[in-house]
Design a protein around this ligand. Structure first.
Ligand code: GRF
Length: 214
């Protein structure tokens, strides 16, 4: 069973979905710690009250990014984390941090990457008039939202969608996408050896990608 730490900044609904899945009898991972860079993050309360070890590492208490990341790294090592999941973690991590967790650091983004990387992807998808959107789980690389893709789920964009309705639909897809992707990585079925693409074992290739059943 692999040890996984989850980094959040606010609501933490993806963290919650990852934590719930970790309680399945056949789970491939154990959540060893939830860490937020914002002490007031709602997700920390959920983790606390549901028996998951949690901790705030407030970036504002550190003089610079390097010292914040040093503490973060030390806390990840202290809890025995082998993999780290970013789940609505709103701090950009340095190239040094990312390199030290290469292939073991995952993120989820609410668009079908490489489309709509960065902030407000749902609104930009609406503005662009795309008919399909979704979410992507990927390994984190030095370039934001650009690391090798592990899993994607597609959702339709409906005629009357607002940013709220499309975001909600994508979020439901996120909750169904992150834990299977993480599980596959923990089982050694997905890896990032070199280059720009992840290697996914053949049987898994289709099961990690799908459409949200509405
Ligand atoms: C999600 O849409 C995730 O894809 C993005 O930030 C949002 C976090 O939501 N990176 P939550 O905190 O997991 O509810």
């Amino acid at each position: 069973m692999k040890q996984v730490a989850i980094l959040i900044s606010a609501r933490g609904s993806n963290m919650e979905a990852l934590c719930r899945a970790s309680r399945a009898p056949d789970a491939a991972y154990h959540v060893c710690r939830v860490i937020s860079n914002r002490p007031e993050a709602e997700g920390l309360n959920w983790a606390n009250t549901n028996g998951f070890e949690s901790l705030a590492v407030d970036h504002k208490q550190f003089p610079n990014k390097a010292s914040f990341e040093e503490k973060l790294h030390a806390e990840l090592i202290a809890c025995g984390a082998e993999y780290v999941c970013l789940a609505g973690f709103m701090r950009l991590l340095s190239a040094e941090f990312v390199q030290s967790w290469r292939g073991r650091l995952l993120n989820i983004h609410p668009s079908l990457l490489p489309s709509f990387a960065g902030l407000t992807p749902q609104q930009r998808a609406l503005d662009a008039g795309v008919r399909l959107s979704g979410c992507t789980v990927h390994f984190v690389s030095e370039i934001m939202d650009a690391g090798p893709i592990i899993a994607q789920t597609v959702v339709p964009v409906l005629k009357d969608d607002t940013e709220d309705t499309i975001s909600g639909r994508i979020l439901r897809a996120e909750h169904q996408t992150y834990w299977p992707a993480l599980s596959a990585v923990c089982k050694g079925q997905v890896s990032w050896d070199n280059g720009e693409r992840a290697t996914v074992s053949e049987q898994l290739d289709t099961s990690l990608h799908g459409c949200l059943d509405l």
